[in-house]
Write a protein that binds this ligand. Sequence first.
Ligand code: NAI
Ligand code: NA
Length: 396
Amino acid sequence: MIITPQLTGNIARSCHPIGCRQALQKQIDYVKSQGALNAPKRVLILGASSGFGLAARVALTFAGGADTLGVSFERGPSQKGVGSAGWYNNCFFKQAAEKEGRKAINVIGDAFQPTLQTQVVEQIKQAFGQVDMVIYSLATGRRDIAATGESFRSVLKTTGEPVEGYTVNLETAALEWTKIPTATSEETTHTTKVMGGEGWQEWIDALLEADALAPGAQTLAFSYLGPDLSAPVYRFGTIGVAKEHLHATANHLNEQLNTAIGGSAYPVVAKALVTKASVFIPVMSVYLALLMKKMKAKGSHEGCIEQCYRLFASKGAGATAILDEDRQLRLDDWELDDALQAEIAQIYPTITPENFKQLTDFNGYRHDFMALNGFELEGVDYQAEVDMEAMAALKP
Ligand code: NAI
Ligand code: NA
C-alpha cells in the first residue's frame, strides 16, 4: 500500500509508519549526539506517544539510560485505516529501546480510568519496583468519569471579551478569519476537568497508595503560559484557566510528596510548538508560525526533543530542578525574550492572507505538522509500498 497524506482542516487522516520511525530515529540521534544525562532511571510517562511526552521519553532513555512505562491512547491498523502516528511511535520506540537493553513498556488505554491506573501501578511494581519520576503530558478533549457516568469536553474559547484573528488552515494552506467566543462558566469548568490537574492528582494518589514512588521521586506536568500577544486566547482562555488549576495542583502535590516521601512536583512551562494538540488552538497558529521564523533567524529555535533534552541537561529536572519564584520550571525562556517578543508584536498585526507565507515560517510550521504524521521526512521513499501486514504485526 502506498500511503499519502490526507488532511481535513487541521486533522491528519493518515500517517506513514516508516516516516514515523524515521522521525523517531531523528530524535534518538539528536539526544545521542548530545552528552549523557544524569536523570531518573525508572520513569512513568502519561501521554508518552507523541509531542512532549515522547520527546521526554526519548531523552531519558537514549541519553539517560532510563527504563520507562508509557501510557497513551492510540489505535493500531484496522479495516478503518493505517492507525495513528502515536501507535507506530510506541511500537518503534519499544524496538529501539529494547535493542539498547532498556525496558520500554507501553500501556494503551484511557489514562483517566481507575482500572487502567491499577493495572499500570501493578506493572510498575512488577517491572521496576518503584519509579523515580512521573511525567504528566496528556493532551485531550475529553475525560469520562466511569464512577459517575459524567463526561467532560474541553473547549478552546476565551474567558474575556470575544477575540477575532487569523488562524492557519493546514488543509487549504490559507489563513482564515476566526471568531473565538466567550466560554460559559460551565465550559470553563469542563475544560479544567479535562486539562487541569485532577487527573494528575489521581495518578499520584494511586502511586503513593501503592508505595510505587521511590524516596525523593519527582513529578512534572507540561504547561504553557505564552506572551501577552496570545493571552486573550491562551492565558485568559479556557485552556489557561485549566493550566492555572494544573499549577495549583503542582503546589499541592509538592507538599503531599514532600511529606510522604521527600519528593516534589512542579509544572514545566514549555515553549509553543507544533503538535497534534496545539494546531487546534485558534489564532495561536499564526503567532507560532511567526515565532518559528524569528527564533530560527536568531538561532534559538527548538522542537520538542531539544526542549526535553534541555529540561534534563540544563534545567535540573530529576535532580535539582531550577524553578522560578512561582515554583515553575521555565523552558519558555528563549520564546519570551523581550527583544524577540517586541519584534513579534510589531509584525503580528501586519499579517494578512496575502503576505503570511513571507512574514511567517508557514512552510516550517506545515512541515513540522506533516512530520508528526510521518510525512516529508528525508530518507523515506514515499513512492514505495508500505507492507501493512508487517505493520499489523508490530506490538506496542
Ligand atoms: P500530543 O497530542 O502530542 O500528546 C498527547 C498525548 O496524550 C499522546 O501520547 C496521547 O496518546 C495521550 N493521550 C490523550 N488522551 C489520553 C487518554 N485519555 N489516555 C491516555 N493517553 C492519552 O500533545 P502535546 O502538545 O505533547 O501536549 C502534552 C502537554 O504539553 C499538554 O499538557 C500541553 O498543554 C502541553 N504543552 C504543549 C505545548 C505545545 O505548544 N504543543 C506547549 C507547552 C505545553
Ligand atoms: Na505528550
